[in-house]
Design a protein around this ligand. Structure first.
Ligand code: ADP
Ligand code: MG
Length: 333
C-alpha cells in the first residue's frame, strides 16, 4: 500500500488508486462525485467521466483522453459538473472534438455558454411529427426511398459500399435547397475523412452554416462513446434556442454502439447477445430519442450505419432500424 497525504487535497480532490487502460479508480475522502461527473487529472489534461461507485469512497471512471502519465497517487479534481460543450453561433464554421475544443487550428472559442452533454429527451407533448418529404437532391432516393423531414434516416451497408460518399453528396445538395444549420458528427471513422470533408465544405462555401464534431477511430472508447452526445447538445441548442432547422449527419452510428461495447467490456460487464453490451438498447434509445422535432425547430437526421459482415440481423443493425423513419440499404456486390 502506498501512503498518501490526503491533507494536501481539498474537498473536491481525490487520488488515483488504480489505472488499467482507460479505466481509472479514484478515491475521494470527502464527497463522491456523482455518476457522469467530470473529473480532471494531470494538469487538466486527462478527462475522466464517472461510470460507477465501487465503495463508499471509491469511484470508477472511464478516461476520454489517453491515461499515459497517470500513476497511483495522482491528484484528481472533481469539476462538480458533467461533461460540457460550448454552444452558440460562434461554433458555426468550426471543427470541434468531444469536449468542444477546436481542432481546426484556428482561435479557440471564447465566452460561449456551456451545456451538459447529458440532456433529457423532449417531452412527448412538445414534439411534432409531420409526413413531409426531405428532398435529398438525389433523384433515385427522392423517388424510390424518400427521406422524412424532421425524421431519422439510416444508410445501411457494409464496408466501402458508399455510405460516406452518399452523406457527403447529401450535404452538398442541401446548400441552397434547405435553410438552417448543418451539424456533422464523425464517430469512430477514418481521420482522413474528417480532413477531406472539412476541405470540401470549405471549397463548396457551406462551412459557415456547418458545425463539425469529431471523435475518430484513433480516439479512446470513452471519447467515441460521448462525441455523439456532444454533437446532439449543439444540435439541440440550434433547435431550441436559435429556433432553426438542423440537419444532423452522423457517420457512423454503429461506431457509437461499438464504443459502448468497448466501454462495457473494460468496465467488466458480462456481454450479451453476439458479444454486445447488455445495455445496447438503452444506450441507443437514450441517444436516438434526443433527436426529434419540436414546435420551434426540426432536427432532420441522416445516419450512416455500418453493418458488420453484411449481416442485417446483427443486434446493432436491428436496434438502429427500430429508431428510423426511413432507411436505405446498400449491399456490396
Ligand atoms: N456512387 C458511387 N459511384 C462510384 N464510386 C463510389 C460511389 N460511392 C462510393 N464509391 C467509391 O467507394 C469508395 C468507398 O466509399 P465510402 O463512402 O467511403 O464507403 P463507406 O463509407 O460505406 O465505407 C469511395 O472511395 C468511392 O471511390
Ligand atoms: Mg464511411
Amino acid at each position: 500500500m502506498i501512503e498518501l497525504n490526503y491533507q494536501e487535497y481539498d474537498q473536491h480532490s481525490g487520488t488515483v488508486i488504480s489505472v488499467r487502460g482507460s479505466v481509472v479508480d479514484i478515491q475521494f475522502l470527502h464527497k463522491l462525485p456523482p455518476i457522469n461527473g467530470e473529473l480532471r487529472a494531470g494538469n487538466n489534461a486527462v478527462v475522466i467521466e464517472v461510470m460507477s461507485h465501487l465503495s463508499p469512497d471509491t469511484v470508477r471512471g472511464i478516461a476520454l483522453t489517453s491515461t499515459s502519465g497517470l500513476y497511483k497517487g495522482t491528484p484528481v479534481k472533481n469539476t462538480g459538473h458533467p461533461l460540457t460543450v460550448p454552444v452558440g453561433r460562434q461554433l458555426l464554421g468550426r471543427m470541434l472534438n468531444v469536449f468542444g475544443e477546436t481542432i481546426d487550428k484556428r482561435d479557440p472559442i471564447d465566452g460561449a455558454e456551456k451545456r451538459s452533454i447529458h440532456q433529457p429527451p423532449v417531452p412527448l407533448n412538445h414534439r411534432t411529427t409531420s409526413s413531409e418529404i426531405f428532398l435529398s437532391g438525389i433523384k433515385a432516393i427522392d423517388v424510390l426511398s424518400p427521406l422524412e423531414r424532421g425524421g431519422k434516416s439510416g444508410l445501411f451497408g457494409g464496408a466501402g459500399v458508399g455510405k460516406t460518399v452518399l452523406i457527403t453528396e447529401i450535404i452538398h445538395n442541401m446548400v441552397g435547397m434547405h435553410s438552417g444549420v448543418s451539424l456533422f458528427c464523425g464517430i469512430g471513422e477514418r481521420c482522413r475523412e474528417a480532413e477531406e470533408l472539412y476541405r470540401e465544405m470549405q471549397s463548396a462555401g457551406v462551412l459557415e452554416n456547418t458545425v463539425m464534431v469529431f471523435g475518430q477511430m484513433n480516439e479512446p472508447p470513452g471519447a467515441r462513446f460521448r462525441v455523439g452526445h456532444s454533437a446532439l447538445t449543439i444540435a439541440e441548442y440550434f433547435r431550441d434556442t436559435e429556433r432553426q432547422n438542423v440537419h444532423l449527419l452522423i457517420d457512423n452510428i454503429f461506431r457509437f454502439i461499438q464504443a459502448g461495447s468497448e466501454v462495457s467490456g473494460i468496465m467488466g460487464q458480462i456481454p450479451s447477445r453476439v458479444g454486445y453490451q447488455p445495455t445496447l438498447g438503452t444506450e441507443l434509445s437514450e441517444f436516438e430519442e434526443r433527436i426529434c422535432s419540436t414546435k420551434t425547430g426540426a432536427i432532420t437526421s441522416v445516419q450512416a450505419v455500418y453493418v458488420p459482415a453484411d449481416d442485417f440481423t446483427d443486434p446493432s443493425a436491428v436496434h438502429t432500424f427500430t429508431h428510423l423513419s426511413s432507411s436505405l440499404t446498400k449491399e456490396s456486390k
